[in-house]
Design a protein around this ligand. Structure first.
Ligand SMILES: Cc1ncc(COP(=O)(O)O)c(C=O)c1O
Length: 417
């Protein structure tokens, strides 16, 4: 395997693209320009090979058998836990719960830690959350009478930190927020928020679905309590996600799903729970995809997360410059590339985002159009939907140029340019 770039060096996106077989496809007669990485990233050859290797070589159920295959499968599955712990600098690999996705991870905290809350307690969220970090708390508030508070955003697309200071009170028991908005790209000041939350005794839950794949994330340095993210946005397989938590907090949590593997002892009318993290992993897990995910983390580490972030910051700066030069797009989120991730949401007041996405698809360009699972944020922005171009390690300036040409073509199609 050739090293693509030393840590902190510049990325060569063209060389990287060759390691992602799907990027060799043509779509509607054009080179595929994949700009939907915030929804899911493409998979490198090493991840695809690891899935095949697992099924052709080691397939068995985990934690149950003493035969060779069962031991190999268990080792591969558990290796994922250790690899994730190292990648995000978790304090203890037993604090890494392997689940299906970020959504399931946030739901686990909301249901299990949330069960400790009562009427009068508050959960502090933000206006820029994905539905995954809104709906589980709405469910908790319906069940337990807990009040939900939301930090507003400024017109520049950043969190209103003065309002955060006012909304954080001794009644706040949980602060749950994204580290990187999937619509605005905003990078939120997690360490500052975590320190403030700690001063009132609130537990901090970070939605890392967008941040973990795109910037260095250090669980311990951030001073947070829980971190949720999905493998599939980090160049890994779908169907695997993680809740990383402080062991002492996970130890105090009840399981949400009951069944095999999560118990210590079962009688006909009674059961006791296994240790953390197995207590939260009822039933046969997604072994093959967990076994393959370390190959994605190997690639990210080979490149270096500082280089990943630098590449996307450079690209988003270029994209902001080119898209704003068109003169007809509303561009959402902070305008300073240093304060945002490698994605841009934009709105053409005269062409619906779905029409834009369809016209771009005829040119082989994949972007997302819609509310991006952030309906409250769409209301705050005053738009029904946006189009979103989101970048990855294999994105380069040519892809952004193709997007801009496609947007001009769309305007022409509607007789607007
Ligand atoms: C910020 C954010 N949070 C959570 C999620 C949910 O991720 P998943 O569907 O993998 O659970 C997403 C996915 O788009 C996201 O962008």
């Amino acid at each position: 395997m050739t090293a693509v770039a030393a840590p902190h060096a510049r990325i060569d996106p063209r060389a990287l693209a060759r390691r992602f077989p799907i990027l060799a496809r043509t779509i509607n007669g054009h080179r595929l320009v994949y700009l939907d990485n915030a929804a899911t990233a493409q998979k490198p050859d090493t991840v695809i090979a690891a899935i095949e290797r697992y099924y052709t070589h080691s397939n068995a159920n985990v934690h149950r058998g003493v035969h060779t295959l069962a031991e190999e499968a268990t080792a591969a599955y558990e290796a994922c836990r250790g690899r994730v712990a190292r990648f995000v600098n978790a304090p203890d690999e037993r604090g890494v719960v392997i689940l299906r996705n970020a959504t399931e991870a946030i739901n686990l905290v909301a249901r299990s830690w949330g069960a400790k809350l009562a009427a009068g307690d508050e959960v502090l969220l933000t206006e820029m959350e994905h539905h995954s970090n809104l709906v589980p708390w709405i469910m908790l508030s319906r069940e337990r009478g807990v009040a939900l508070r939301h930090v507003p955003i400024t017109d520049g697309g950043e969190l209103d930190m003065a309002a955060f200071g006012r909304l954080l009170t001794p009644r706040t028991k949980i602060v749950a927020l994204t580290a990187m908005s999937n619509v605005l790209g905003t990078i939120t000041p997690i360490a500052e928020i975590a320190a403030a939350a700690q001063s009132v005794g609130a537990v901090v839950v970070v939605d890392g679905a967008q941040s973990v794949p795109h910037m260095p994330v250090d669980f311990q340095a951030l001073g947070i309590d829980f971190l949720a993210f999905s493998a599939h946005k980090a160049y890994g397989p779908t169907g695997v996600g993680f809740l990383v938590g402080k062991l002492e907090l996970l130890d105090q949590m009840e399981p949400v799903l009951g069944g095999g593997e999560m118990i210590r002892e079962v009688r006909l009318d009674w059961a006791s729970w296994n240790d953390v993290p197995h207590r939260f992993e009822a039933g046969t897990p997604n072994i093959a995809d967990a076994a393959a995910f370390p190959a994605a983390l190997d690639l990210l580490e080979e490149i270096g997360m500082n280089a990943v972030r630098a590449h996307e910051e450079e690209l988003v700066g270029y994209a902001l410059e080119r898209l704003s030069s068109l003169g007809w797009l509303q561009i959402h989120g902070p305008l300073d590339p240093a304060r945002r991730s490698g994605l841009v949401s934009f709105y053409d007041p005269e062409v619906h985002p779905h029409d834009l996405a369809q016209i771009l698809d005829t040119r082989g360009i994949a972007v997302r159009a819609g509310h991006h699972c952030a309906q409250p944020l769409m209301r705050r922005l005053g738009v029904p939907a946006t189009a979103r171009a989101s970048f990855g390690i294999y994105t380069d300036r040519d892809d952004i140029d193709a997007l801009v040409d496609g947007l001009i073509a769309a305007r022409r199609y509607f007789g607007l340019a």
